[in-house]
Design a protein around this ligand. Structure first.
Ligand code: PLP
Length: 383
């Protein structure tokens, strides 16, 4: 039994609201029942509102990477040319999945901490007119950068290529419009802005994507989207779904829709603004430039001369506040403060306060309360 009060401010898994926990604790029932069919139907209708699509939506029982693999396995045949737009660790992962399915991957690397440059995408698409699939990341969790999916979609939709988007840490925190922006497949997962434990992923499929899915020659079984489509005719899934998680998903979606999606997105934007302001006031540097800073998390360079992982350790051990570390080439150099999902103004105030104390403990010349004050002022101005 965990007795410590702790604060989870990592970009997934994120805190689960009591209403979602309660929904998941309902007695178990079978998945080949009217009860489950009704639940799946309602969940899909609500997800369509979040994703802004009239196309198909499936809920899969696996983590977000599973949805990304499903997207690739169903659209990429061996030898296909795939343009991978990379801005960090998760862009690299998408490219690696395509490679595992035999794609000829053309990597377009914008550098960790930068966002996708649309001019470059336009040039690459012109240079590679035989591109079958373009891979993009909406919210690059490893760097706290958000990419212009609308802009990328407007370029890709003028070509025969499909646009697959990893929105694992963005959807639900940052607006995304699948149909209007020309997204052929969107992949997301339960444990980020959807406020659930890990275990479910969601995927959308456009009519343009279905044409490719039918003729695709890659092997697929658990990740077969035609199997999902056949089963959803009866509001069912090909294999046993995580029933309790579906109950939790409906509760989480109800919370989001009750708050109102524009308000959900505005809340995330406000939390990001306050966090960035506070961090700068403490004399630390932000990784993402203002114009493409994520609303879901903030990546911060560690203070000069202090290992970012040591700082996180002090915050976690002494103040029970968990920040995430850097990944790949940024390991030990940055730390990441998530403000996504079940997160509000006071969470940011707690996070900044713990950060100040951890910095002070490590000898960084911090004026206690300065970051907290900056965050509070942002919040008070927004009232
Ligand atoms: N893509 C992004 C942007 C992510 O943030 C993550 C998880 O952190 C993933 C993909 C992978 O998702 P999962 O860990 O659920 O497989």
């Amino acid at each position: 039994m965990v007795r410590d009060k702790s604060y989870l401010l990592i970009p997934g898994p994120t805190p689960v609201p009591p209403a979602v926990m309660a929904a998941m604790s309902k007695p178990m029932f079978g998945h080949r029942t009217q009860e489950f069919a009704g639940l799946y139907h309602r969940v899909v209708e609500k997800l369509k509102l979040v994703f802004n699509t009239r196309g198909d939506v499936f809920v899969l029982t696996n983590s977000g990477t599973g949805a990304m693999e499903a997207a690739v396995a169903n659209t990429v045949s061996p030898g296909d040319k795939v343009l991978a737009l990379i801005t960090g660790n998760f862009g690299e992962r998408f490219a690696n999945i395509a490679r595992a399915y035999g794609a000829q991957v053309v990597e377009v690397n914008f550098g960790w901490g930068n966002c996708v440059d649309l001019k470059t995408v336009e040039e690459k698409l012109a240079l590679h007119p035989d591109t079958k699939v373009v891979l993009a990341t909406q919210n690059e969790t490893s760097t706290g950068v958000v990419n212009d999916i609308r802009g990328i979609g407007s370029l890709v939709s003028q070509t025969p290529a499909l646009l697959l988007v990893d929105a694992v840490s963005g959807a639900g925190a940052i607006e995304i419009r699948v149909d209007d922006w020309g997204i052929d497949m969107l992949c997301t997962a339960s444990q980020k802005a959807f406020m659930l434990p890990p275990g479910l992923s969601m995927i959308t499929v456009s009519p343009k994507a279905w044409e490719v899915v039918q003729s695709n020659s890659s092997p697929r079984f658990y990740f077969s989207l035609p199997a999902c489509r056949k089963n959803i005719e009866k509001w069912n899934t090909p294999y046993t779904p995580a029933v309790s998680m579906f109950l939790g998903l409906e509760a989480a979606l109800d919370m989001m829709l009750e708050e109102g999606l524009p308000n959900v997105y505005a809340r995330h934007a406000l939390l990001a603004r306050a966090t960035r302001k506070a961090v700068l006031e403490l004399g630390l540097q932000l990784l993402a430039p203002d114009h493409c800073a994520s609303h879901a998390l903030t990546a911060v360079w560690g203070p000069r001369g202090i290992d970012a992982d040591e700082l996180r350790q002090v915050a976690r051990k002494e103040y029970k506040v968990a920040f995430a570390g850097g990944q790949g080439e940024l390991k030990g150099k940055i730390f990441r403060i998530a403000h996504m999902g079940f997160c509000d103004k006071t969470d940011v105030v707690v996070a900044v306060s713990a950060l100040e104390m951890a910095l002070a403990r490590l000898g960084w010349p911090v004026e206690l309360g300065r970051g907290v004050k900056a965050a509070q002022e942002v919040f008070l101005k927004a009232v």
